[in-house]
Design a protein around this ligand. Structure first.
Ligand code: IPM
Ligand code: MN
Length: 360
């Protein structure tokens, strides 16, 4: 019997629904071609629902979503809602409640895509950031006192437990074993680089560094280990991205360096990520946001959403279909699109979806 996957779809705000529609189009074609079934159910979480009902996310949401095999997300963020409310109340809350402790963000320059990095091409920009996704400053303790006075004190601490660090590192080592440069035939070693700040954050990144080497010695001796300070990482991501293979880092550092990574791979029209719970339900999203000013015009680029769909299939075990979608996307960027930016692709949103679907 064909595998049948239950997918929760959260189109969300702004251009989210438009890009998700193209992703679904491509996923449906992939399912037919590769002989599996996708049973998709829409949820209306987002800014419009919040403005209509006053409820950001029903308490039942994560329980309901746990019944699915994966979640396919468009974008969260609404121009009429104060920044932070929906991001924290929907996106971050789901990441935490579903314990999606990994944020997997490939930084890969596809053929034909312009990068702002001088003299760099697809052979140079092809690495992956494994970002810890449920800890650090994002969930650390904190608070404010004497707010609004000249004595105001605000605290937001970077808190990591050995458990959180270790499970993230374990995922990253295993990822490097399976998808590192050697595994992909692009080098003679699989290398995991820890990105930290051991020269200043001497407690938190000491914990990361010790766990990194202890786990490496005991269970992953076949994976090369490197350590980089986060500030230096930013320089090398621009100057020598070809040095990198798989990087692992904390939540906040990962958030920052993956925006830098995204712009080197052509920007928000193409960058996708997965919020992964290796033992539970994972959620896949284009990392670009809701781009409200382009809503409803049919000019937004759906490729990031389509690539997020491919990542979802890979995590579900449909690797062949995932690779086929990515290959089709690369053909579209390499041979068809004028540019990745909204309104300048040479095609409409749904035409880009059609191009990928037809190539499949
Ligand atoms: C991201 C975003 C989120 C984050 C925001 C919207 C809360 O920037 O997915 O990288 O900080 O994780
Ligand atoms: Mn971010």
């Amino acid at each position: 019997m064909a595998n049948n996957y239950k997918i929760a779809v959260l189109p969300g705000d702004g251009t989210g629904p438009e890009v998700v529609a193209e992703g679904k189009k491509v996923l449906d074609v992939a399912a037919k071609k590769f002989g599996f079934k996708l049973d998709m159910t829409d949820f209306d979480f987002g800014g419009d629902r919040y403005l209509r009902t006053g409820e950001i996310l029903p308490d039942s949401a994560s329980g309901d979503l746990k019944k699915f095999d994966a979640i396919y997300l468009g974008a969260i963020g609404h121009p009429d809602v104060k920044p932070g409310i929906l991001e924290k109340g929907i996106l971050l809350r789901l990441r935490f409640e579903l314990d999606q402790y990994i944020n997997l963000r490939p930084v890969k320059l596809y053929p034909g895509v312009e990068t702002p990095l001088k003299d760099k091409g697809p052979e140079h920009i092809d690495y992956v950031v494994v970002r810890e996704n449920t800890g650090g400053i994002y969930t650390g303790t904190g608070g404010v006192s004497m707010k609004g006075t000249e004595h105001e004190v605000a605290i937001q601490s970077m808190v990591y437990s050995r458990f959180q660090v270790e499970r993230c590192l374990k995922y990253a080592f295993e990822y490097a074993q399976r998808h590192g440069k050697k595994a992909r035939g692009k080098g003679d070693a699989n290398t995991l680089g820890l990105v930290g700040k051991t020269n200043v954050l001497t407690y938190v990144f000491d914990l990361w560094e010790r766990a990194f080497h202890e786990l490496g010695d005991s269970d992953f001796a076949d994976v090369n280990r490197e350590y980089y300070h986060v500030d230096a990482t930013c320089m090398w991501m621009v100057k020598s991205p070809e040095w990198f293979d798989v990087l692992v880092t904390s939540n906040m550092f990962g958030d920052i360096i993956t925006d830098l990574g995204a712009i080197t791979q052509g920007g928000m029209g193409i960058a996708a990520g997965g919020n992964i719970n290796p033992e539970g339900v994972s959620m896949f999203e284009p990392i670009g946001g809701s781009a409200p000013k382009y809503t409803g015009q049919g000019i937004i680029n759906p490729l990031a959403s389509i690539v997020a769909g491919a990542m979802m299939l890979d995590t579900l075990g449909e690797t062949e279909a995932s690779v086929a979608i990515e290959n089709a996307v690369m053909e579209v960027t390499g041979k068809k699109l004028k540019s990745l930016s909204a309104g300048n692709m040479g095609y409409s949103t749904s035409e880009v979806g059609d191009l990928v679907a037809n190539l499949l």
